[in-house]
Design a protein around this ligand. Sequence first.
Ligand code: FE
Length: 371
Amino acid sequence: MPSPLPLPLAARSQRATTPPSSSLRGWLRRLALPAAALLIAGAAQAQGVLSIYSARHYPTDEALYAGFTQATGIRLQRVDADDAGILARLRTEGQASPADVVLLVDAARLWRAEADGLFLPVKSPALEQAIPAQLRAKASADGRTAWFGLSTRARVVVYDKAAVQRVDVDTYEKLADPKHKGRLCVRSGSHPYNLSLFGAMVEHIGPERTEAWLKGLVANLARAPKGGDTDQIRAVASGECSIALSNTYYLARILRSSRPEDRAVAERIAIVFPNQSSWGTHVNVAGGAVARYSKNVPAAVKFLEYLASPEAQRHFANGNNEWPAAQGLSFDNPALKAMSGGSFKSELVPVSEVAMNQARVQQMLDRVGFK
Ligand code: FE
């Protein structure tokens, strides 16, 4: 059983009427934040309702959430927003926040929220056993953990088969080689996916070499950073550039698509998992935490434990073409298999260490002019 920190606020027993989440979102849009926060705070104190603030921008999680309610009788009330919106809301709401569980994408954001005191570190033997230490927050002195990775994604190199040799792009370091001048497309350097990759480079090759490498990337850009990962993949397929970085699930979406325009993209590109003969490909997590002012801590921990269970892990990861974070799970995703050849070597540096480098990396980006 989890044994969360004692909380000043005891769980309330009064009943409150909970509006369905769609109309709740409608209210939120129409009301000023403080008023909306009060309304929801009342609703979330209803027994048997768990309030989830989710930044997972993937439509396939619905069945998973329904499975939790079926298994436990605990209803979920979900607030969907982007990561920045969720963090801003948690800060504004403070102790009045109805949030019980927070789901965020990328270790950089999870660490930011942890550092800002928005999570309640918890002790859960089930989560500690399921999720490898390098995929969760560093435990505090009293053995509590602020967040847990629940699925993993790799940041890989995409290239134009006709224009680039695989051997020239099979490490992150090689992307800064002057021979690739004018060939590279990448989203903003300050995006958490890149901050995490660059933060991992600091762990692997040190800060000086990382900054020189970033300078090399800037020199090789085909265009100013813009768009998301999918835009970079499409830019490679259209010939605007010939090398790009992408998270694997964006690639899997294209590989699994039957749309003719996606088939054409898939035909043109190749994928390489970098650094297979050195420290491994950079992997990141999407993860979850108990909200700092949750009034339903045991149920919140139960929900995270459910997400780490084998059945949920398969669905959680497979639904969005990610890999399970829990150890030793087999699952069948043809696109991931096709991409990685079945398995690949991933880096072992703790994602929490990587995430802590983001402020330092941002300063490097500013110095080398990486927008
Ligand atoms: Fe994403």
